[in-house]
Each structure stands twice: as structure tokens, then as C-alpha cells.
Ligand binder design. Structure first.
Ligand SMILES: [Zn+2]
Length: 78
């Protein structure tokens, strides 16, 4: 887990305002029988020790996953 940035704002994990870290995590998913590794972005709450993803992050992570899958099967990334 790698920290990209830190920002004081409302935390969606514990619903309090504090320093929230944006982190990059190496994830693995099985898609169509293939193991796909990609980098996902999350907010990390050190109080709840929890990862959360905003709608924007979910979209970004989905894109990262699709790109990694296309690379894996040797096709072109959309
Ligand atoms: Zn929090």
C-alpha cells in the first residue's frame, strides 16, 4: 500500500473530519478465468483502518482493471 497524498477532509469511513490518505493498492481479480493484477486507488482511514472508494475511484479502478486485462490478453486498451 502506497500513499499518494494526504488531505484533511470529511472521511467517508468514520464520518469525521481528519487527515485522509489516498493510497494505491495492488489488487488481483479473476476475470474470464484469468488472474488480472492492477493498481487500485482508495481512501484510507487510519482511525477505522478501512479502505473506501468514492464513485470516481470506483470508475478509475474499473478502468485500471480493464486496461490491465486488455494488456494481459494482448489486445489494445480501449
Ligand atoms: Zn476516518
Amino acid at each position: 500500500m502506497e500513499t499518494i497524498k494526504k488531505e484533511v477532509r470529511l472521511c467517508l469511513s468514520c464520518m469525521e473530519e481528519h487527515e485522509v490518505s489516498t493510497v494505491q493498492v495492488c489488487e488481483q481479480n479473476i476475470y474470464k478465468g484469468k488472474k488480472v493484477g492492477y493498481l487500485a486507488v482508495y481512501d484510507y482511514c487510519d482511525r477505522a483502518d478501512e479502505l473506501t472508494a468514492s464513485e470516481e475511484m470506483i470508475k478509475m479502478n474499473d478502468e485500471a482493471f480493464k486496461t490491465a486485462y486488455c494488456r494481459l490478453i494482448g489486445g489494445q486498451a480501449p
